[in-house]
Structures are given as C-alpha cells and as structure tokens.
Design a protein around this ligand. Sequence first.
Ligand code: 26Q
Length: 790
Amino acid sequence: MFYSKEELTERFKERFGQMEKRDNAAAYSSMASIVQEFVEERRNMTHALYKESNEKQLYYISLEFLLGRMLRSNLSNLGAYEVASDVLRDAGFSLEEIEEQEVDPGLGNGGLGRLAACFMDSLASLGLPGHGYAIRYRGGLFTQHIEDGFQKESPVHWITKHDQWDVRHEELAVEVPFYGKLIKHEDGAVEHEDAIWVKAVPYDMPIVGGNSGPVNTLRLWQAEPCGRPLPVGVDKGQYEAATAEISDRLYPDDSYDEGKLLRLKQQYFLCSASLQAIFNEGGFPVKELPEHVAIQINDTHPAMAIPELMRILMDGHGLTWDAAWAITTRTISYTNHTILEEAMEKWDQWLLKELVPRIYDIIEEIDRRFKATLPGGLNEKERHKLAVLDEKQVKMAVLAVVGSYKVNGVASLHTEILKKREMKELYAIFPEKFHNKTNGITHRRWLIQANPELTELITESIGDQWKREPERLAELAHYGADTALLRDFQAVKRLKKNQLIQAVKAAGDNAIDPDSIFDIQIKRFHGYKRQLMNILHVRMLHDRIRNDATFRPHPRTFFFGGKAAPSYHFAKQVIKMIHAVAQQVNSDPVARKYLHVVFIEDYNVSHAEKLIPAAEVSEQISTASKEASGTGNMKFMMNGALTLGTVDGANVEIFEAIGEDNAFVFGLSAEQVMRFEAEGDYRPAEVLEEDAQIRQLIAELEAGELSDGAANAELVIRQLGAEEDPFFVLRDLNSYALAHERMVEAYGDQLAWQGMAWTNVAHSGIFSSDRTIQQYSDDVWDLGRFRLKV
Ligand code: 26Q
C-alpha cells in the first residue's frame, strides 16, 4: 500500500517546506519526488525478485516510448490518486492543476511509440517480467506552433525541465564500438581494431502497473564519451560532439526512411547497449539464453539486435556460427507496423560497412547462408523479395524475418496483407513464424485515468472487477436499454465536452457550442490518413450551407490535431488548409452556427487524454489497406465515441465486435484499393466528371480559396490531379459524405445514439492491451506471472 493520508501529509510538508518558491511547480515536484522514491524502492525489490526466481525475462527494444505524463498514471496505478488529491487539497493545491506542470515526455512519434508505452503498462499490471529498452533523447518530438496557419517546429529539451522519473546508473554503463576495421584470423576469430567507443549510461525508470503488481523497468540509454584512447587522427572535440549527438533527438519522421547516418548510430547504440546489458544480468549459461530471455523488436528499427546478438555469442562467448544462429533465432521476435513501401527500412551497404563493420560482416553471412537454402526455380522478383542484401542496400525487414522465430502484424487485416502480399515470399518459406497480435491500449490510462466519471458510472453498473479483467466490460451490454443509465451516460459525455471546451477556451477559442457534435480526428498527418478528405468535406458542407437555405444540419465541431514530419510538405499544406477553412467557416455569420473547426496545436498524449473522452465521433478514415492497425480508434470506442471509418486496420475488428450498425462505415475495401493499385486503373478525373459538387470543390481548391492563395496548396492539387490521387480521396469523398449524413441523422435520436455509444464501451474490453500482452506471452514469450510481496 501507498502511504496513509497522515504519512503522505507529513512527507509532503517536509519536501514542500524546503522549496524556495511555494507554487504549483514546487507542489508538483514535491509530490512527484515522493512517488518516485516509493516506486523506485519497489523497482529494486522487483529486480531482486526476478533475479532470484531465475525465470524468463522479456526485453522490448524500441526506438520510441511515448509515455505521456507520469504523475497521475503512477498515482492511479498505485491506487493513491485520491489520497494524493486530499493531501494536496489540504495544502491549498489541486492535483489537476499541478499535473499541468509536468512536461509530457514526447519520446515517440505516434502509434508505434504509444503502443510500446501501453505495453509497458500492461506487462507490469499483469505481473509479467517485461522491460523496455530505449534511448534517452534529450529532445523528444518537436513542439508544433502554428504561425499564419503553417506548422513551425521548435525543439523541446524535456530532460532539463522534467522531474526525474529516471535514475542514472553509472555503474551499469556499457561501451559500444563504432567504425574501425576487422582483422580475421585463420581460426575464424575476428578482431575489431581502431574502433571508436561510445559509453552508454542507463537511466532506469520505474514502470508501475495497476493491480499492485511488480514494478518493471524502462531503461533509457544516454550516449556519452568514454575514457578509452581514441584512434590516431580522431579529434577529441569532434568525438565528444558526435557522441552527445547520438542521444540528442528523436527522428521526427514516422513514415519515410531517410537513411541518415545519425539514425543508424542511434539504432546500433540502442541494440548493442541493450544486448550487453541483458548478458550482464546473466544468471544462466549462454546456451540457455532462449529459455531465459525473449527479445521483442518494435518494427525493424532495432533489427541490428540480430547481428549484434550473433556478434556477442561468437566474438564474446566463442560460439560457432551454427550454435549462435540457433540461439538467436529462438530469442528474437519481430513486430511489423507498416505496409507502406516508403517506410520499409533500407540502408546503404557502404554505410553499415563503415559504421559497424562487424555487424555488416555478420549480415553478409546471414544473407549468404539464407540465399543458399532457397529452393530452386524462384524468379527474379521473388529472389529480390528474399534478399537481405539487395542492390547495394540492406533490407531490414528481410533481416528481421530471417533472424526471428516469430513475426507479427498488428491487426488481422494487416497480418493477412503481410502474408498474402507484402511478405508473401518470406511467408512461403517460414509459414510457422507468422502470426497476428491485434494491438491494444491500456484501459488504465485511457479510461480509468482519462475518464474517471465514466469509470464511476461503469463501476456503479457492474462493480469494479472489470478494472482487472477489462473483458468484463461486456457485462455492460445487459444495461444497454436502461434509459436512466443512458441519460447518466449522456451527462458524463456532456461533462467531458464541457471540460474540453474549458481547456480549448484557455487556448483562445471561445466559440464552441456544447450542443454541437464533437467530431475528432487526431493523429499524425499523413496522406493515407486522409485529413485532407475530412477538411474537403467540411468545405463541401460550407458550400451547401451557403447555396441551400434549407440545408441547416445539426451543429458540428470538427477537431483536428496532429503533427507533420518537418520535411513532409504535402502534410504541412493540409495543416495550412485546415486553418484556412477554419478561418472561413468560423467567421461566416451563417455557417458558424452549424460548423466550427478547431485545430489543437501541438497535439500530444496529454491533449489526447482530454479530447478522447469528449468525442462523439471518431474519424478513422485511412485509405483501406494502409493503416496497419490504429490505436486511437480503440481509445475512442472505449470512451463511447462512434467510429466513422473505413474497413481498415483494427477498425475491422472493432466493427466485428460492435456490429456495423453501431458505427458509420464507408469507402473502398482494402481489396478494391489493392486491385486498383495492381491494375493502375483508378482515374480521379472520372469521379470529377460524375460529381458536380466535387468538381466545384476542386475548382475552389485550384482558385486558392481553400488555402489563402493557390500557391499554398500546390502539392495537394498535384497529388489529387497529376499524381492521380494515390489515397483515393476523391473516390471515397461521396461515400464519406453519405456516412456523415447517416451519422447526423442517428444523432437526432439521442437515446438510440447513447445506446450505440454504450455498446461501443461494452465491447471495448478486448482492445485492452492486457489482452494483447497476454497473447504475446502465451504465443511468443512464455512468461510467468509474479506477485510482489510487500
Ligand atoms: C524509420 C526509419 C528512419 C526514421 C524513422 C523511421 C520510422 C519511425 C517511426 C518509421 C516508422 C515509425 C512509426 C510507425 C508507426 O507509428 N506505425 C503505426 O504503428 C501503430 C502501432 O502498431 C499502428 O497502430 C499504426 O497503424 C501504424 O501506422
């Protein structure tokens, strides 16, 4: 148990008393440090427990962990939110307010990073020994500012501002070799000469789950210079700068692989440091590694863990290739998060050869041996698809599949596409490796913490066992016709909408109508996610309101939020377009009664926690086949928003769970999209010929009306026109508009709407990441559960 009210008051007074300025920041840091010390002690106890047990441990290696704020989450998972609230209130503070002092550590881009964070929460909550390994970037994802409708970026150095939830462990530092040359002896031994070594210092962050389970570790590696002599000709100043750079910042591009040297350094730094640390934990004979350790690589970004493990086993422990390979391919497993070709990681061979010569050497051998096992009769294309080394490049996805014992996609449709199309050739060779693990989200952060009001209502209906077993939310289905309950449910939504209105008001928008439908699209900006289709549709509605005095639909507020990669110019033009349309709609004396557009600047996890509980409509409108899973979709349904979406990613499973009657489904199917792509016979011009309204829209776009001047939309115009609309925006626009019409009509019957929303909540339990993690554990990692006795 956490401290009693008396104990906590005592401790708080003591710390707070020592503060120079007695403000919110001081109250935050006093409370945070008390919590941190408490959980740190449990982390140490947990570590000892795991060590003594000698049981299998999981290491989840990821370039990203998008944690969000820690104070509320830790307190809530400890069951101490109330007591901390009380103590603070007695001292004249509000916990909600002091929380705002915490910098949201943005150590991730989007879905992949947030998934890793949800997984950490579930591992600890289920009492499973699973630890994260990542980089302690000094600057997380950039802050987004909007200037004249355009996105501007500025760096954030979260570490300097943030209260240390992590603890430095100098004594556990390891060293990572870069550059240099290989010397191969006749007996097969390999030496790495003249390497430049970088020190990796771990900062350990306690991961507190719910259910008073063990406290796991998220280890963040920081790059520093080390004491070894530098090879001749290497300048000390340059060395120090280059070292610090490795953990300086997160790459802000989450779909396009630029092949940058620094990114490669980060990847190897993380893989090597993490694997060395795993061996340093030790406690078992090296040959038994797969019985004691499972390593999950989050996409291909840490795929160098495969050759690095080979290196350690052979060069460090003297194992033969065959022995080392047998161990590696029983230890490492890989999750794929994308099917976008441009996001598939490929590195220039010369770059790896120069930066990590031994790793390249091992990859070459992996490729050689793999090619030697391939059946005869493969055609050219098939051989390409199966090559780790291909035309001067290293293909990380092939390396990851060949070197892993399990490979998974993140939603059922996604896994099927991997097997049937993207990785068809690899699947034919390794059918037993492929499996699906549909993503999930932690219901603790996304329901219990973000929406305490709904949490209470649920608990009043079905008791609180669902908090431990979220699938029990299904019991809510028995109450779907209870009118009084549905009215309370509606009141909760209204409250969350008002809270959001207050938050947005603080940011300067005073005009949000609480009676309007809250329609929200929040996610990274990407062509395939089709924020463009959303804003074009808003403009269509605006046109209709102006041209047709009888068209007066139920008021709607469209919220957008998300960042574009700084170099993704198309996506930035869409952001500009949203601002331009917002300006027009919000200032039109007639239209503003029915339409309102809000752009949430610098969207992050903390904003999501406020937006999602207030949402009524969840926009999940990716081009079918492109969104591997999506996880925002799950957060929304769990908070009672209805999905307006395509049959893509995990939407498919959401629709299955709730029935299509409880959502607004539209658009081309994945199969149709893939057929068009294969045949190359989609002609957006034909859509224009048939549809006068869309024609008008494009004319307005070309006239610069949607962008404060034509030049601001040139890439959008080009994509929809000359580039033949690769994401089928025009093709799906009409069907999208019809889905909106069905939605507005449904909204008119509030009781029925609340029933639908309730059904969504009731069937959201299977999308808890507790379910996902249990499946990984059963099918891939084989972990045992722990209880921490205190
Ligand atoms: C690669 C190379 C160099 C630099 C950056 C990258 C890079 C970084 C991040 C490539 C991709 C990402 C992130 C991908 C991502 O977030 N994918 C999302 O993963 C979610 C969790 O599985 C899914 O729900 C989403 O559908 C998927 O888009």
